[in-house]
Write a protein that binds this ligand. Structure first.
Ligand code: PLP
Length: 463
């Protein structure tokens, strides 16, 4: 239905037509949408959203695993409004009350001496910033030759010029559009106990072999050429690969031994997602720099941060010897997201959402394991807290992953949609990261929809 010149779309049908014509959809081509899409969200509460056509959906992964406190928290709206009315923005080597308070709060809740925060607008920017900190740190320390960055295959660290070249799928074509690759990228194996590239037969053995592979890469390239190792405590793309317990402590030892900066990408795992405030706490490791986003603000506004240990940050204090960090972003340290994040963290703490993540996450894992007993296309189930995944395979013995051309993920996504679940299956995995306020009953509802959807697709596709 056409929209009159000068007017804006209002009715559901106008809205859909205008979206199809003008909106560059995120993460999907507009030709891939179903007849009744795009869903135009109008309100939300907890794990559910309502759309412009009056339908209700469960947003299983709370945005991009990023709506920790759930939808519809009016306290955040009030904090934002209050800050907007006081002062909406103040940059240029100055600051504001909420930015200072948020930096102090992050010092309190992060492990060890991660004391200083550089604020940005999201996870990719946080990682871009963390890597730039590592490189610039070594120039200040007189080691300009340290510029390479080791990341792990199948990790995801962002979509920007540098971050898109960190990690990455071994089969992905997504980066081909953007060749040539960013220089200085070195790739290590992913400590995925289900499919250990190094041949480890237990999580511990896989962890040890994959950590040793990082040491080998360091020695091969020469430690004096490497600035940083960047890793997510738990990588999501390989269907949530929880490494063996030895992995992170070994990474810490190796980075200490060769003087390399260890960057923990806690963009997805931070703020309670895995049942601890930060996932590195499962292994008592303090990284040198930590990237955060998503859960810091439950997606109420754009915000991320790169949080550095004191010794690293002090190299940028300024003065003739130690030049300040040449990394200016217009929205860095914006007071309004800072005020929202403070309120968000208050809610996470007051409502024990980290504890809820551990408790309800353990229940979710049990329920997924039951599904694995019933469905032959589930090869593996893994997870920690409310970060969970299942591997979809055509042969459980051989662990053969489905490929994009098999279309199993697409059919599952459609079956979820038909049951009111917003949940996108990858070709060979389904990952789960719901809001941390989820209840056991809501887990049951999701499990029922997933169970029925897998049964339907298995039957219809003769899998
Ligand atoms: C581990 C990790 N790092 C970085 C990013 C990029 O964050 P953003 O999409 O906010 O740029 C993501 C996004 O999903 C992520 O999962």
């Amino acid at each position: 239905m056409a929209v009159k010149a000068g007017s804006l779309p209002e009715s559901p049908s106008e809205m859909r037509a205008a979206a199809m014509k003008h909106l560059w959809m995120h993460n999907r081509g507009w030709d891939e949408l179903e007849e009744d899409e795009p869903i135009v969200a109008t309100s939300g509460h907890g794990i559910r959203i309502n759309d412009s056509e009056g339908r209700s959906w469960i947003d299983v992964n709370g945005g991009y695993m990023s709506v920790h406190i759930g939808y519809g928290r009016t306290e955040i709206a009030r904090a934002v409004n209050k800050q907007m009315e006081q002062i909406h923005y103040f940059p240029q080597g100055t600051t504001s009350v909420p930015a200072v308070q948020l930096a102090a709060k992050l010092d309190q809740i992060t492990p060890g001496d991660l004391t200083r925060s550089f604020f940005v607008s999201g996870g990719s920017e946080a990682n871009e910033t963390s890597v730039k900190i590592a490189r610039a740190f070594y120039r200040r320390a007189g080691h300009a030759g340290r510029y390479k960055v080791i990341s792990r295959k199948e990790s995801y660290h962002g979509a920007l010029g540098l971050t898109m070249w960190l990690g990455g799928s071994t089969t992905a074509s997504g980066r081909a559009d953007y060749e040539p690759a960013y220089p200085g990228m070195v790739y290590a194996p992913q400590p995925n106990p289900y499919r250990c590239e190094m041949g480890g037969e237990s999580p511990d053995e896989c962890a040890e072999l994959c950590a040793r592979a990082i040491e080998d890469l360091l020695l091969f390239h020469g430690p004096d050429t490497v600035a940083a190792v960047i890793a997510e405590p738990i990588a999501v793309p390989p269907a949530v690969a929880v490494p063996g317990d030895g992995y992170w402590p070994r990474l810490r030892e190796i980075c200490d031994e060769y003087g390399v900066i260890l960057i923990a990408d806690e963009v997805i795992t931070g703020f309670g997602r895995t049942g601890k405030m930060f996932a590195v706490e499962h292994w008592n490791v303090v990284p040198d720099v930590m990237s955060v986003a998503k859960g810091i603000i439950s997606s109420y506004l754009p915000l991320g941060a790169s949080i550095a240990r004191e010794g690293i940050a002090n190299a940028f204090a300024g003065g003739p010897e130690t030049k300040f960090f040449q990394h200016v972003l217009t929205f860095a340290g914006h007071p309004v997201p800072a005020a929202a994040a403070l309120e968000n963290i208050r809610i996470i703490e007051e409502e024990d959402l980290v504890e809820n993540s551990a408790r309800v996450g353990a229940y979710f894992l049990e329920r997924l394991e039951e599904l694995a007993d019933r469905h032959s296309i589930i090869g593996n189930v893994s997870g920690l807290g409310l970060l969970l995944g299942i591997d979809l395979v055509s042969d459980t013995q051989e662990k053969t992953p489905f490929k994009a051309d098999d279309k199993v993920g697409d059919h599952l996504t459609k079956a979820f949609h038909d049951r009111g679940l917003i949940l996108k299956a990858a070709p060979s995995a389904i990952t789960f990261g719901p809001p941390l306020c989820i209840t056991r009953d809501e887990v049951d509802e999701i499990i029922q929809g997933v169970d029925q959807s897998i049964a339907q697709v298995t039957r219809e596709m003769n899998l």
